[in-house]
Design a protein around this ligand. Structure first.
Ligand code: F1P
Length: 347
């Protein structure tokens, strides 16, 4: 059995430990950085870790009210004056599964040297990494350590960890209670999720895949496309669902599969999006809290949760779709073409 598959199925254990351990890890950091005086939260990462950053920034701002933005890690040292706030105290969450990616280390070193208003917090799945050594503080989740090159449980676990930080800062007990229910929800939704991922992954012929997601879900949509690119080299793109209608919809035809990552917040507008996509011949997969009346495939997940708590539950479908499509094509899901588990810049 591949590492990727085992790591996808290990998510409930990783999530359960994250929900119980992050408040302890965060309490050690919160006092030291005087969280009440923070004006801006900056999230950054590379590849999958950038998509964690994008989703986490949106969740963090919604839950804490602290202005939050996400950037690729390289921008923190190559374009800081356009991406790092100069006024007020800033907390920078530097996300890296490995804790050794070159850009993550360069970003932390640059911020520490030139931006005295920024406190850096490494967020990683390994213990005692270079990232931990250079950052002011570190959140480490070795429970989500991975052998596969492809990031799976690390995406959801690190996103959940950052949601737990937000919940702890905000003292939002009802959201904390919901996040604690996610491991059981994963087990409940897995059979249907896996069956649909397998069915779509085994569709014969070449298709273009589009993932659509809005707000905190745009990072999820990006991550969905990255799983397909890495595991199967399938051409695919991610958009905000309403933005997709403003031009990109021209690429849709009968060979397009569109996965709609639907939230309750945009539900009044989704029938119009689905109708348009169907009119142009797309095969629609709608995932979310409501049963879609229009999509060929409708996967109802987490109707009992709000949009923030439900976020990580969408991702197992995307991971399993990549996995089953890779198997159907005779590819090794653990070993994407042209990619190592750590990307290192060298001259
Ligand atoms: C992230 C990353 C992944 C990619 C591959 C190589 O690095 O670039 O996005 O899928 O696994 O590593 P990091 O999170 O370890 O910095």
């Amino acid at each position: 059995m591949s590492h990727a598959y085992q790591e996808i199925l290990h998510q409930p254990q990783a999530w359960a430990e994250t929900v119980s351990d992050i408040p302890r890890q965060w309490s050690l950091i919160a006092d030291a950085i005087q969280i009440d005086s923070i004006a801006h939260a900056l999230f950054m990462g590379s590849g999958t870790s950038l998509y964690i950053a994008q989703s986490a920034a949106k969740c963090f701002m919604e839950v804490t009210g602290i202005t939050s933005t996400a950037i690729p890690t390289s921008e923190a040292f190559l374009s800081p004056s356009s991406s790092v706030p100069a006024d007020g105290r800033v907390v920078a969450f530097v996300i890296s599964r490995s804790g050794t990616t070159s850009e993550a280390l360069l970003a932390v070193n640059h911020l520490k040297e030139f931006w005295p208003n920024v406190v850096t917090i490494g967020v990683t799945c390994n213990s005692q990494t270079e990232l931990e050594a250079v950052s002011h503080h570190c959140l480490a989740l070795p429970i989500a350590h991975e052998e596969s090159v492809v990031m799976t449980q690390s995406f959801t676990t690190l996103l959940l960890a950052l949601q737990m930080v937000a919940v702890t800062i905000a003292g939002n007990e009802s959201l904390r209670a919901d996040l604690a229910l996610l491991p059981a929800a994963f087990e409940r939704f897995l059979p249907e999720t896996e069956a649909l991922a397998r069915e779509i992954g085994e569709i014969p012929g070449d298709h273009t895949f589009i993932y659509l997601g809005l707000g905190p879900y745009q990072g999820l949509a990006e991550e969905g496309t990255l799983k397909l690119k890495e595991m199967t080299q399938t051409p695919c793109e991610a958009y905000n669902p309403l933005e997709f209608r403003h031009g990109p919809i021209s690429i849709v035809d009968e060979r397009t599969v569109v996965v709609l990552i639907e939230g309750a917040r945009e539900s009044d507008y989704l029938d119009a999006v689905e109708r348009d996509l169907q009119r142009h011949g797309a095969q629609l997969v709608a995932i979310g809290p409501r049963q879609s009346a229009l999509a060929e495939h409708s996967l109802v997940i987490g109707p009992e949760f709000g949009d923030i708590a439900r976020a990580v539950l969408y991702i197992p479908f995307a991971q399993l779709l990549g996995y089953y499509m890779a198997l159907a094509r005779g590819l090794n899901p653990d070993a994407p073409r042209n990619l190592n588990s750590v990307v290192v810049l060298s001259d």
